[in-house]
Structure formats: structure tokens, C-alpha cells
Design a protein. Structure first.
Length: 388
């Protein structure tokens, strides 16, 4: 099936009518921050407290210290205390501006973010929320998820799937006061670092492009590092079959950095684990043989057959394996787990996609290979709702 590209345009539509989606992203989600320092480079920032009180315009040369005091936020400007509030917000007053944030307790490297910054305290822990237009957010995701040394064509692939993912899952963390996190439970996002022009160009040249299914719903644009030579059916990982996330042979991932892995495991620990967690009959010689000599020519869902109900996804999690696509070889007192791929295996293999691009395939070829029967559309159709 050829890849169908649908570009939706609207009467009297121009860039001046386009109101870009603003995302709220919880940042530093794996760090319990007590103190930090705010500064900026190329835009003015207005400091507002408790959503309604304009405090002052922050100057470029100002050093703004942020300190948690109980369940409140204390602000010091150039070492002079200016107030303690329930919530503060550094609003960007010019387009394209970015700010710097560096935590000092605990100490971390400085990060740079587009957009504005909201800070509040929840359960005695700072919550930092980056308010950022989606196209600027994507630049940070490309840097964090793809690194600095890919081609622009690959960055286009990553921009489209990351945009699709963000829009589909933008309500995932509303119960915590923001849409997405900066961690792998959403998409890795540590702000802007490299300022690689290829990333910015890729985001700009694919602006608004997303993947949808036949019902015009955003797809789950799943991706991971390497398929190991075969992608996985969605129901083998998430228990729900999805028409566009089908297993297929993937020659483009073969031989890449994360294609092969191995791990040695104590046979006694392995058998005791199966007995204790699954009540597996390790004393039965036939049953025992199935779990110490196990192979996957094609990807499977269960260890030792479906009747065992031992999910390979659980094995991967419990034993911290790189993938579920592995075989087990009996080496006497130990077992050798010999595996292929890195990640859950559903959807797009990043290393496979990079290889396809290097071989001359276009970004649409890559998307068409890894996702089955999907459509690429221009999501600026959202203008209907903005004008409604």
C-alpha cells in the first residue's frame, strides 16, 4: 500500500491565523529540587505570583534565586528577598525567547528551555512546569531522543512521531497539573543544548504533520532503540491489538549498535524465581527443559508456551533485560540469555530508521515501513476549533 499524504488546507487560512499548541511539561521529574537559579538570554521575562500578581520585570543581568520554604516558593533577586508565594510564573514576553535554570540543591548541570516557567510546591517537593509551544518543545525532544549527529531526514521522522505522541498523550498527567513529563514515560526532554540547525529545519519543514489512523485519530507513535530484526505486535506488550502496530521482519535494524546483547544468569536463581513467582514445576524434567533451553526464531509472547502464562514482558522487567526477544542456552550452572534488540519492539526502530535514511529512503518511506496503513496529515486543521 502506498503511503497516503493528506494536506488539509482551509479557506482564508494563513500563518497569521495559526495559533500554536502550547504544552505544559513537568521538568526535573526525577529530581527533588530545593533550590534553583533562573536567568535568561534573549527575551524579557515578567515574574507573576499566585497567577494574578505582577511582581516585576526580570532583567537580563538579574540573578533570581528560587528556594522552597515549606509549601511555598521564596524569590530572591540579586540576593534580596522579594517575596514568598504559593506559586510563581516567569512569563516570556517575546517570541523565541529561552531561559536558563540550574538547580543548586541538589546541584545539576544548567538546562536551557524555550517558553516560560511555572513553579509551585506539591507534597514538599518543587514542581517545575515548562509552558512551551509544541514546535519548540519538539526541538528539545529531538536533541534528547535522537542525539546531535543524525541527518535532517531522520530528524523529520522523529519530529513527526514525537509531535503525534505529544498530541495524543497531552492529557496523560493533567492530574498532576501538567500534560507531559520529561522522562521516558512520555518522551525524554531536557531542553535545548546543541542548537543544531538541522533539527530546527526538520521541525519547521514538517510543521503540523502528524500520523493518524483510518478514523483520523492520532496513532500511538511508539518507538524504541532497535527491533532486533523483527518488530513486535502491540498486544504482546500492551495486551491490546492495534491495526497499525503489527510485527514484521526488520532487516534495517540488523547489525546496528543495539542489535545484539547477552547476559549470564545463575541457573538456580532462575529456576527458583520461576517456582516462587509462577509456581512453575521445576522438578519436572520436561517442564524444566523448556525454561533452560528456550529459543525464539520469531518473537513470542510467553516463556514455555501460552499455558505457562509467563509473559516475556514480565521476564524482561524482573531481570532487567534489553528486550523480550531472547533465547536461553544451558551452560551448566549458569544460563546464557542471548538477545536481539533494545526496547519494547512495538512500532518504529530508531536505529532501523536511521539506517533506512542512510540508504536513501525518505522520511515517508520510513514511517510507511514501521507503521501499517496510517496517514500523514497536516494537523493545522485544528484551526476549525480555534475559530469556533
Amino acid at each position: 500500500m502506498k503511503f497516503l499524504i493528506v494536506i488539509i488546507t482551509l479557506f482564508l487560512c494563513s500563518s497569521s491565523f495559526w495559533a500554536e499548541e502550547i504544552l505544559t511539561v513537568g521538568i526535573y521529574r526525577n529530581i527533588k529540587i530545593r533550590k534553583a537559579v533562573f536567568s535568561y538570554e534573549n527575551s524579557d521575562y515578567q515574574l507573576v505570583a499566585n497567577d494574578t500578581i505582577p511582581v516585576r520585570l526580570v532583567k537580563k543581568e538579574d540573578k533570581i534565586a528560587i528556594i522552597r520554604v515549606g509549601n511555598q516558593v521564596r524569590i530572591l533577586q540579586n540576593d534580596v528577598q522579594i517575596g514568598t508565594y504559593d506559586k510563581i510564573h516567569f512569563y516570556r514576553t517575546k517570541d523565541q525567547g529561552y531561559f536558563r535554570i540550574q538547580t543548586t540543591s541538589p546541584s545539576t548541570k544548567r538546562r536551557i528551555y524555550y517558553g516560560s516557567l511555572e513553579i509551585k510546591v506539591f507534597n514538599d517537593v518543587f514542581t517545575f512546569i515548562n509552558h512551551v509551544p509544541i514546535e519548540e518543545y519538539l526541538i528539545g525532544v529531538l536533541e534528547s531522543e535522537s542525539g546531535n549527529y543524525q541527518s535532517k531526514e531522520y530528524y523529520k521522522v522523529q519530529a513527526i512521531i514525537s509531535r503525534t505522541y505529544a498530541l495524543k498523550h497531552k492529557n496523560k498527567f493533567l492530574h498532576e497539573g501538567f500534560m507531559l513529563t520529561d522522562l521516558v514515560n512520555c518522551q525524554v526532554y531536557f531542553g535545548k543544548f546543541y542548537q543544531n540547525p538541522k533539527m530546527k529545519e526538520a521541525v519547521k519543514e514538517t510543521e503540523g504533520l502528524v500520523l493518524v489512523d483510518e478514523d483520523m485519530r492520532y496513532i500511538t507513535a511508539a518507538f524504541y532503540s532497535n527491533s532486533g530484526g523483527q518488530t513486535e505486535n502491540s498486544e504482546n506488550v500492551w495486551n491490546k491489538p492495534v491495526s497499525y502496530l503489527r510485527s514484521k521482519k526488520d532487516p534495517f535494524s540488523v547489525g546496528k549498535n543495539n542489535y545484539r546483547w547477552s547476559k549470564t544468569v545463575s541457573k538456580s536463581k532462575w529456576l527458583n524465581y520461576l517456582r516462587d513467582k509462577y509456581d512453575y514445576p521445576i522438578q519436572d524434567s520436561t517442564a524444566r527443559k523448556k525454561v533452560v533451553n528456550f529459543s525464539q526464531k520469531n518473537r513470542k509472547k510467553y516463556l514455555a508456551g501460552w499455558e505457562s502464562h509467563i509473559l516475556l514482558t514480565d521476564i524482561r522487567k524482573d531481570w532487567r533485560l534489553k528486550s523480550t526477544y531472547f533465547s536461553i542456552i544451558d551452560k551448566g550452572e549458569n544460563l546464557l540469555f542471548r538477545g536481539n534488540g533494545f526496547g519494547h519492539g512495538v512500532g518504529l526502530s530508531q536505529e532501523g530508521a536511521m539506517n533506512m535514511v542512510d540508504l536513501g529512503y525518505s522520511y515517508t518511506d520510513v514511517l510507511n515501513f514501521y507503521y501499517t496503513d496510517v496517514f500523514l496529515i497536516n494537523d493545522q486543521r485544528r484551526l476549525y476549533y480555534l475559530l469556533d
